[in-house]
Design a protein around this ligand. Structure first.
Ligand SMILES: Nc1ncnc2c1ncn2[C@@H]1O[C@H](COP(=O)(O)OP(=O)(O)OP(=O)(O)O)[C@@H](O)[C@H]1O
Length: 537
């Protein structure tokens, strides 16, 4: 396939008729401050509109609102009015090339584009190009890992991925930010070339007006004084530089919001509110899980891809090492210290040893290993999930998924819950197998004269009586494992998914996941124990 540069000299090969974007009474507020007052305008179909404005004017918020990524009533930002694309009865799609690219790092460059192709707007139509063709077209290496691509290559991949999703409108967020002047001009040229080749409606927000004005068909100035989008005619493009003055946004709002959190009463109320909201979210998720679990993946391949990613994260090699060591510690300590510190050992041991072994076997199987294993899984695996989802949230990949109509619940929460459902019982069983093994070894070393056969006969007596196969209480143990695993996954997911403004927010999400998920696991064990052991003599 020819590169975009070669195509630029040929006739246009736009695949479908471009759509305009209409803003009706669009109004955006940051707390009580207007970023944009009631705005009615149409963004021209098939042309490049550049929205310029000073740093802090609200360009990125506007772009995210146009992309459908901002809820109407958010904590800080809310908006009203309508954003319409094309004719009213058409299904429309907005693609966005994010400032930080928001690529899916765990996928290869080819898979990044394949994801977009598989989630393209109209799946009844054959895709215009294959993933390798897209990479060839934009000059992106296919064998380099996505996270190892250069800044320019990531930018190209982000553009290829957005276009491969077949959007009606392509939004570019500060495409030249962080690039030197020459590379910025190259990016601008690339946008113009891909725009001419694919004929979409393009909107670029930037404060780098010098680079982007060259490729603009229209320029809108986001005026922070009037909070409106002012159309700048071509003859006045040169005046843009004079209009851009840095915005110092209403400190009053930020300050009062900040001060509000400083009084103890408000801080405690805020904490309780947050706790209740999170509790509500977790409960709602648990109740709606069967509905969420319905398959929404376009192909089984993506369901498997995400499931395997989380299965590796939750049940990977380091988790095995953790659980094996935990099993060895708890198996050894319960066996050795119970027998070693028996009061009047010489007299009592011959009388009690068989009962003691049965109790150790029972306690390890029904309580000690399940509690220890699920607490460790909650801490290690919950934290791993919170980190994974948190980085996706902070890096913008979750927003990128949403632009392909891939909802985080289906693509992250379901695979996470499934991974915990599979991995928790396996890891807990692993810990139990090693606890059991070390108990046998410890007993044999302490009582060579009695032998391991005696140990086996009594250790399993309360767990698998009468030589049966299924342990008594298997249902309870499995239920506790599954409940603790899913709760840890859900907590990790929600903590990771909460808004992230900085890397510190990601680390806070990891810490709070460890706290909440271990606490939740202990509560589950306590609550289940009230019923589980009611009828045991
Ligand atoms: N999620 C958010 N929560 C609270 N405030 C926000 C949020 N996102 C943006 N803001 C605030 O909204 C204002 C506009 O931010 P925005 O990022 O849109 O500016 P911008 O014009 O894109 O600036 P720049 O060119 O520097 O990126 C800023 O004061 C910013 O602090």
């Amino acid at each position: 396939m020819k590169s975009v540069d070669e195509h630029s000299n040929e006739e246009e090969v736009a695949t479908s008729k471009p759509s305009s974007m209409r803003l009706d009474a669009l109004e955006i507020k940051l707390h009580q401050d207007y970023l944009l007052r009631s705005t009615n305008l149409t963004i021209a179909a098939g042309e490049i509109t550049v929205i310029v404005g000073a740093s802090g004017a609200g360009k990125s918020v506007l772009l995210q609102t146009l992309a459908g990524l901002v809820s109407r009533k958010g904590d800080a930002i809310n908006w009203s009015g309508e954003i319409a694309i094309g004719s009213a009865n058409e299904r429309s799609r907005v693609g966005i090339v994010f400032q930080q690219f928001a690529l899916f790092d765990e996928l290869s460059p080819t898979e990044n584009v394949q994801f977009a192709i598989d989630h393209r707007k109209d799946k009844s139509q054959a895709p215009s190009s294959t993933a390798p063709e897209w990479l060839g077209l934009l000059g992106i290496p296919s064998r380099t890992h996505t996270s190892s691509l250069s800044g320019g290559q990531k930018q190209r991949l982000a553009i290829a991925r957005t276009l491969a999703g077949d959007p009606d409108v392509v939004l570019y967020d500060e495409p030249s930010s962080g690039l030197d002047a020459a590379t910025g001009r190259e990016v601008a040229k690339l946008i113009r070339q891909t725009h001419d080749r694919f004929g979409r409606t393009s909107v670029i927000v930037t404060h780098d007006y010098e680079t982007m004005l060259d490729i603009a068909d229209h320029v809108l100035f986001l005026d922070p004084k009037t909070q409106s989008l002012v159309n700048i005619p071509r003859s006045e493009f040169a005046s843009v530089a004079n209009r851009i003055v840095s915005v110092s946004r209403s400190e009053g709002v930020a300050d009062s919001a900040f001060r509000a959190t400083q009084s103890w009463g408000n801080a405690i109320r805020g904490l309780v509110d947050r706790f209740l909201i999170q509790l509500g979210q977790v409960t709602l998720t648990a109740v709606s899980l069967p509905w969420t679990l319905r398959p929404t993946f376009p192909t089984i391949r993506w369901a498997l891809r995400f499931f395997l990613h989380y299965l590796r994260l939750v049940g990977g090699a380091s988790a095995w090492a953790y659980l094996i060591i935990a099993g060895l510690i708890v198996g050894f300590t319960t066996t050795y210290f119970t027998l070693r510190f028996l009061p009047f050992r010489t007299y009592t041991q011959p009388l009690l040893i068989d009962e003691l072994l049965a109790s150790i076997g029972f306690a390890l199987y029904r309580v000690l290993v399940p509690v220890l294993a699920t607490v460790l899984i909650a801490a290690r695996c919950g934290a791993a999930v919170a980190a994974d989802v948190g980085v996706k949230r902070y890096g913008g990949s979750i927003d990128a998924m949403k632009t392909f109509q891939a909802t985080p619940r289906s693509y992250l929460l379901v695979p996470i819950a499934a991974a915990f459902l599979v991995a928790t019982p396996v890891l807990e069983t692993l810990a139990y197998v090693f606890a059991r093994m070390i108990s046998a070894v410890t007993f044999s070393m302490m009582h060579e004269e009695i032998g391991v056969h005696f140990w086996r006969q009594h250790f399993d007596r309360r767990v698998v009586p009468y030589g049966g196969w299924i342990p008594v209480g298997f249902g309870w143990v499995t239920m506790k494992n599954l409940a603790c695993g899913v709760a840890s996954g859900v907590i990790g997911y929600y903590r990771g998914l909460s808004p992230k403004q900085s890397a510190r927010d990601v680390s806070d999400a990891i810490t709070s996941t460890v706290l909440w998920s271990t606490l939740c696991v202990l509560v589950i064990h306590f609550a289940v124990a009230l019923f589980e052991f009611k009828s045991i003599d």
